[in-house]
Design a binder for this molecule. Sequence first.
Ligand code: GDP
Ligand code: MG
Ligand code: K
Length: 297
Amino acid sequence: MTNQFKSGFIAIVGRPNVGKSTFMNRVIGQKIAIMSDKAQTTRNKIQGVLTTNEYQMIFIDTPGIHKPKHKLGDFMVQTAEDTLNEVDSIIFMINADEGYGRGDQYIIDLLQKVNQPVYLVINKVDKIQPEKLMQMIDQYKDLYTFAEIIPISALEGNNVNHLLEVLANQMSEGPQYYPEDHITDHPERFIISELIREKVLHHTKEEIPHSIAVVLESIERNENDKLHVQATIITERSSQKGILIGKQGSMLKKIGHQSRRDIEALLGSKVYLELWVKVKKDWRNRQNQLHEYGFRL
Ligand code: GDP
Ligand code: MG
Ligand code: K
């Protein structure tokens, strides 16, 4: 391939209920959806990472963008404004089914202060007539110089690929910031691996040193509406691997059973936990692997 890899950070702004989460779920896949409910507390965080052969898009949620009602609000707005200045492009999402409102004007005022390209994404077009959509496009055109105006239906998927193409086309050459399978930075990922690690240490007592790591490979919702969690326990020696698996897998079963119960309690969902054990010599000394294992240095 002659093309250079591209990457970019994209902020998504918009009033509540315009469909930001639905859009993210469509783009990133189901893996992120389960996490989104509990993620309201952090102000500016990575919401999802989309990696293809050609590019990596890192979507940032900016919940601070609303009219401030109190002092903390001011601070959050400032943070949101800073975020908008740091990303490479911005999606301003509106609801085709709703008229222009004060909340929108507030966001547009904020957008006047940034130089990044802003894409107006009119979501929920499945709910309106084409004439109404045309009127809406004309109205918003006069309010701000958008890089492009793109109607979509996040729910049904209409035009979502086109939006991704447009975003990819304007992205510059850049590194792959996150591993390919890195979907989201939601803290639950870390908590889940800590829950498993805790069970390992509890059941193995002194036999297994604290040097083990637990890598969360994936979380997906399966057909039975269970969460399928795949995790790997990393040890340094094969003797440790033997202890962790136990006689006919009895140790791993015990660890898995208790971990699963805790993860179910954490996520409020039935969980199918798949646990693996791998030996990786000297992993602690290999800086580049630490990120992969979920440690932030
Ligand atoms: P957020 O608050 O911006 O994250 O909005 P959500 O993604 O939670 O969506 C709010 C509601 O709008 C949910 O009931 C979604 O199912 C619905 N919704 C989102 N996108 C669409 C769409 O394209 N079409 C329709 N008809 N409904 C949508
Ligand atoms: Mg949402
Ligand atoms: K949201």
